[in-house]
Design a protein around this ligand. Sequence first.
Ligand code: DAH
Length: 338
Amino acid sequence: MNAEELAGTIQEALEEGRTAAAPEALEAIRVKYLGRKGLLPRVMKGLKDADPSERAQLGKLANQLKQELGKLLGARKQELSGASGADAANFDYTLPGQWRQLGTRHPISRVIEDTAEIFARLGFTVAEGPDVETGYRNFEALNTPPHHPSLDAQDTFWLESGELLRTQTSPVQIRVMETQPPPVRVITPGRCYRRDTTDATHSANFHQIEGLYVDKCVSLADLKGTMAYFARELMGPSVGVRFRPHFFPFTEPSVECDFSCHVCGGKGCSVCKHSGWIEIAGAGMVDPRVFKRVGYDPAGVTGYAFGMGVERIAMVKYGIKDIRMLYDNDVRFLKQFK
Ligand code: DAH
């Protein structure tokens, strides 16, 4: 091999080294050019027989082959083993591991799931209805005729089809009773919509959990006992309930249900606005007119119903001051809720 040929071969060897894709290929190149039976020893051995005019040049090239190819193969080996993480000698076991961040449950989901779990112990199942509801189920079937003044507060998002975005989860009561005979024991969580201007305590889009229990001889005492149990399970063992008279078109009598403040124990603090009580739910005994609408016999069954705001419960339970924090999707806020 003359000097010119050797120079060409060195370029080929370097090119092979640059393009080799696996550590095994690098090793094969090393054996082929630098190994005991490879090119380099052959060139070295041939030096003494070489044309004296080329000898120096050949020696220089042999040296270049050894240095440059050796260096290139070393660097490529590091590169390849680094990429696959396979080189145990270069692996630092003391580096922190790579954690996949686990998400956390949103406070709204927590309240809904915790509530469903508490009521499941009392035999309640979960039912759901659509966000787009008929005016009939959202109002009329709930004993709220179109001229009723309580509609003012719920003048809402109407669709061109005549349907609306439901203002409450109460229409799901109607859906459940339309499809099954008594007894009924369900809670129905879901999203509701009202034409409210957003501020720290209002959102045009919020969640409610409805409850409905229909059977023979269900009384207001059952409602009270159930709410007291729910209050203790959700907020803490010393929380009590009180009922105040109220009005809802679909219940008679109607009440508003308050929990005693879990923060101050009823003494008065900023969470309960210094009253010792926190308004949690609207409730009452299902109006016989509602039973008639769904084909139930008002003389044969009685029932109670309630509806409560999920955001409101989340806010008092976790001390959240502004409802908008629940929708900002700020991970720094959300990751506090495990
Ligand atoms: N739907 C009512 C509201 O949005 C809450 C409510 C009150 C639900 C009384 C009920 C009930 O089931 O019986 O204000």
